[in-house]
Design a protein around this ligand. Structure first.
Ligand code: AMP
Ligand code: ZN
Length: 471
C-alpha cells in the first residue's frame, strides 16, 4: 500500500509501527457553526482511508479532536450573549448529526481541547525546561523556533524565507515584539476580559491552537504515530508547529506519514467561511441524501482539488441510484434464484468478479485513488446487471452481492435503499395538504397525511401550524 507522504513528497510503502495496527490522528473542526462541505472533505476522505485499512485487516485507532476554545468560538458566544461552552456543545452535537448522515464511522475517540488543558500545561512546561520555549513578560509562552534545527521540514520552507516574510510587517501588533524571533509561535496566552481561562504557572489564560493536537495524539496514540492527517491548509503553520512541539518534547519522530487533502472549491474558487461562498452540510442535506455528497467527494483522488457544482452533484445522485438499483435487482434475484451448483459460465464470471476487486484494490493501494476505485465499482455494477437474474444460482448472486456490498462498504456507500424521505419533500407534501384543506378537498388532505404516515412521518396540527416528526 502506497501513501503520498507530505514530509518526503514521495509515495511510500506503508509500514505500520505495530504489526496489524494503524494509529491515526486527523485534525478536526473548530466548532463555532455548522460544518461546511469543505470541512466534510477530510472527514469523508480519511474515514475512507480508515475503512480501507480495516478492509485490509488492520485494527485502526482513529482519533480526531474538536477544537472547542478559540477566538471564533468566543466571538460567536459574545454575539449571542451565551458562554463558549453553549456554542461548542451545540455545534459538536450538530457536527455529529452531519457525520452520521455522511456515514462517517465513529472515531475511537474525539477529545476536546478544553478537557486536555492539564496535559497541555505539562507539555509546555517540559518545552520550557528543555529550552524550547520561553515566557514573555506578559505571561505569554512562545515556542523558540530556533531551538529546532528541523523546523520547516514538513512545509519545506526554510527559516530565511520565513524571516524575510516577517521583516515586511511590524511585529508591534498584539505584543509580538516581545518575541525573540518573529517565527516563534504561541503555546499559552494571557486571558482578555470576558474570555474563558485556566490557571497556569505563567498566567491565567488559554492554550494556543497547535498544542492541543500534540498533546492529544501523544495521550491517545503514543509519542510516535503512524498517520497524521488534515486539509492542506494545515501544513503550515499548524502541522509544522505540531511537529516542532512534539519532537522537541518527546525526542522521537511525531508521525511517519503526513497526509493532506486538497481543497474543495466552489465554481473554481476556494470555499471558505471568510469568502462567504460556503455551503453547510446541513443545507446540502435538505436537497440530497448525504450519501450523494459522499460519492461526489470520492469521485476525485483526495490530493486533487475538487470543484463543487450542481451538475456534479446531480451526476453523483444518478450514480448512487445506479448502485442502489443494482443492489435492488440482486435482492430480487436472490428471492427467485435457484439452489443449485454454479454453471460453468457462472464459475467463469466469478473469475471476472475477482478482476473488479483486484482493480479496486490496486486503485486504493495507490495512495487511496478513490476516483479509480469508484470506477471499478461501476464496472462491477454493470457486470452485476448483466449477469445476475432470477434464474442465476443462489450462491452466484450471493457472491456478486457480497462483493459489491464489501467494496461499497469501503467507500462508506450503503447499498441498501433506505426509504427515508428528505426534509424538503416532506415540507412540499405538507404544503400540498394545506392547499387541499384550503380548497376543502379533505379527502386529498387525508390521503396525503396517510401517505406521509406510511413513510414514517407523523403530522401534528398545532396552533402554530403543522409540525412533523419522524416516527
Ligand atoms: P477548520 O474548522 O477550519 O479548522 O477545518 C477543519 C478541517 O477542514 C481542516 O482539516 C481543514 O483543512 C479542512 N478544510 C477547511 N476548508 C476546506 C475546504 N474548502 N476544502 C477541503 N478541506 C477544508
Ligand atoms: Zn491539529
Amino acid at each position: 500500500m502506497k501513501i503520498f507522504n507530505t514530509l518526503t513528497r514521495t509515495k511510500e510503502e506503508f509500514k505500520p509501527i505495530h504489526e496489524g495496527e494503524v494509529r491515526m490522528y486527523v485534525c478536526g473542526p473548530t466548532v463555532y457553526n455548522f460544518i461546511h462541505i469543505g470541512n466534510a472533505r477530510p472527514m469523508i476522505v480519511f474515514d475512507t482511508v480508515r475503512r480501507y485499512f480495516e478492509y485490509k485487516g488492520y485494527k485502526v485507532n482513529y482519533v480526531s479532536n474538536f477544537t472547542d476554545v478559540d477566538d471564533k468560538i468566543i466571538k460567536a458566544a459574545n454575539e449571542e450573549g451565551v458562554d463558549t461552552d453553549t456554542i461548542s456543545k451545540r455545534y459538536i452535537a450538530e457536527c455529529r448529526k452531519d457525520m452520521e448522515g455522511m456515514n462517517i464511522e465513529p472515531a475511537t475517540r474525539n477529545p476536546l481541547a478544553t478537557e486536555e488543558i492539564s496535559g497541555m500545561i505539562e507539555m509546555i512546561q517540559s518545552l520550557i525546561d528543555g529550552g524550547h520555549a520561553y515566557v514573555a513578560k506578559d505571561g505569554t509562552v512562545y515556542f523558540r523556533v530556533k531551538s529546532d534545527p528541523e523546523y520547516g521540514k514538513l512545509s519545506h520552507k526554510n527559516m530565511d524565507d520565513l524571516e524575510s516574510a516577517f521583516t515586511e510587517r511590524t511585529l508591534k501588533v498584539s505584543g509580538e515584539d516581545q518575541k525573540e524571533d518573529p517565527n516563534d509561535f504561541v503555546l499559552w496566552k494571557p486571558m482578555k476580559p470576558g474570555e474563558p481561562y485556566w490557571d497556569s504557572p505563567w498566567c491565567k489564560g488559554r492554550p494556543g491552537w497547535h498544542i492541543e493536537c500534540s498533546v492529544m495524539a501523544k495521550r491517545y496514540l503514543g509519542a510516535t504515530i503512524d498517520i497524521h492527517a488534515g486539509g492542506e491548509d494545515l501544513i503550515f503553520p499548524h502541522h509544522e508547529n505540531e511537529i516542532a512541539q512534539s519532537e522537541s518534547a518527546n525526542g522521537v519522530p511525531f508521525a511517519h506519514y503526513w497526509m493532506h487533502n486538497a481543497f474543495l472549491n466552489i465554481n473554481g474558487v476556494k470555499m471558505s467561511k471568510s469568502l462567504g461562498n460556503f455551503r453547510t452540510v446541513r443545507q446540502i442535506s435538505e436537497k440530497y441524501d448525504l450519501q450523494v455528497l459522499r460519492l461526489f467527494m470520492l469521485s476525485a483522488q483526495y490530493r486533487s482539488p475538487l470543484n463543487f457544482t450542481p451538475e456534479l452533484m446531480e451526476a453523483a445522485k444518478t450514480s448512487l441510484l445506479r448502485i442502489r438499483t443494482a443492489a435492488e435487482a440482486q435482492e430480487e434475484a436472490l428471492k427467485k434464484a435457484e439452489d443449485r451448483p454454479l454453471t460453468e459460465e457462472e464459475q467463469k464470471n466469478l473469475e471476472q468478479l475477482k478482476g473488479y476487486v483486484a482493480k479496486f484494490e490496486a486503485a486504493m493501494d495507490d495512495d487511496f485513488n478513490t476516483a479509480d476505485a469508484v470506477s471499478a465499482v461501476f464496472e462491477l455494477v454493470r457486470f452485476s446487471n448483466s449477469t445476475v437474474s432470477g434464474s442465476s444460482a443462489k450462491a452466484y448472486v450471493r457472491q456478486v452481492k457480497d462483493t459489491m456490498d464489501k467494496l461499497c462498504g469501503v467507500l462508506g456507500i450503503i447499498t441498501e435503499v433506505k426509504e427515508e424521505m428528505l426534509d424538503a419533500d416532506i415540507e412540499k407534501m405538507i404544503a400540498d395538504r394545506q392547499a387541499a384543506r384550503k380548497a376543502k378537498n379533505y379527502a386529498l388532505a387525508d390521503q396525503i397525511r396517510n401517505d406521509l404516515q406510511a413513510k414514517g412521518i407523523i403530522l401534528e396540527d398545532t396552533k402554530d401550524g403543522v409540525k412533523w416528526r419522524r416516527a
